[in-house]
Design a protein around this ligand. Structure first.
Ligand code: HEC
Ligand code: HEC
Ligand code: HEC
Length: 199
């Protein structure tokens, strides 16, 4: 009985004890880092005393200090933690390099947002003219683009992962846009064919 009580206490009081960043952020966050030059070097040098490249806490020092899974609360705001991560590069790189990298990331994200808006305009058109399974498919394609592909791009830019910036980021956004355009075009052709058959 006491053992069970202790076990339950651990579950309640120590949700994050002993958990590493990667335990909770497996998937795109971890992989985009692992595929970056930082991740590759950090893993090669993992056993060494002097390590040159940052692991998660090397750039996300504020999240590392704030108790997970609620990093952001009264003491830490997400905006401040984000800024700190963007500036963490200065510990190792020059201010010039850091500014350049952050400006490039902002440009990359602005391009990604443009693609999202383009996709959203297609969705708005689809909502006006389509319904049922046709529309559901376009809604689903758009949600994937907005929630997953755009996140992969953000991670690629934040983590300097070429794979996530390009193949899983910008190129995947272009692919998502094409799929939405294709689905909308298909729906239009099907309606035109139906209308012709009625005549
Ligand atoms: C016990 C699970 C857990 C652990 C351990 C954990 N996190 Fe989190 N992390 C979360 C959850 C849940 C969220 C989203 C909720 C929130 O905003 O706090 C989050 C959010 C984040 C975000 C913001 C994501 C976004 O969408 O803006 C970052 C960055 C982050 N964590 C980094 C880290 C780092 C670095 C570590 C290790 C030092 C870490 N986390 C450890 C659970 C965890
Ligand atoms: C080279 C520094 C660096 C390292 C190392 C790093 N991050 Fe990040 N991370 C960033 C930056 C910069 C961002 C982008 C900040 C922003 O705009 O949200 C970011 C963003 C994130 C996000 C939020 C993505 C989103 O949805 O907006 C998560 C989650 C995250 N990192 C987790 C991790 C984890 C887990 C690790 C270790 C496996 C890690 N990071 C290693 C710098 C780093
Ligand atoms: C703990 C030190 C450290 C931190 C913090 C750090 N870096 Fe690095 N970074 C390195 C090292 C070491 C390399 C590998 C240099 C080499 O040998 O080519 C590297 C490589 C890079 C590369 C790859 C360059 C290439 O040759 O392809 C980029 C881009 C980069 N860093 C950007 C950043 C950005 C942006 C941040 C902050 C968000 C950051 N770094 C934070 C140490 C760091």
């Amino acid at each position: 009985m006491r053992a069970l009580g202790l076990f339950l206490l651990c579950l309640v009081a120590l949700p994050a004890a002993g958990k590493t960043c990667i335990d909770c952020h497996a998937g795109a966050a971890e992989r985009s880092w692992a595929l970056s030059k930082h991740g590759v070097i950090a893993r090669i040098e993992a056993g060494r005393e002097r390590r040159r490249a940052p692991d998660c806490a090397g750039c996300h020092a504020l999240e590392a200090k704030a108790p997970a899974p609620n990093h952001y609360g009264r003491t830490l705001s997400r905006a401040r933690a984000r800024e700190a991560a963007m500036e963490s590069c200065r510990a190792c790189h020059s201010p010039r390099y850091t500014t350049e990298q952050n400006a490039a990331a902002a440009r990359g994200l602005a391009i990604g947002e443009m693609k999202r808006r383009e996709a959203e305009a297609l969705l708005v058109a689809a909502r006006e003219e389509s319904s049922g399974a046709e529309l559901a498919r376009i809604e689903m394609l758009f949600a994937t683009l907005r929630d997953e592909t755009l996140r992969d791009l953000r991670l690629g830019l934040g983590h300097q992962s070429p794979d996530y910036q390009w193949w899983l980021g910008q190129a995947a956004l272009d692919g998502g846009l094409l799929r939405i355009k294709g689905a909308l075009g298909e729906a239009r052709r099907a309606r035109a064919a139906e209308a012709a058959a009625v005549k």
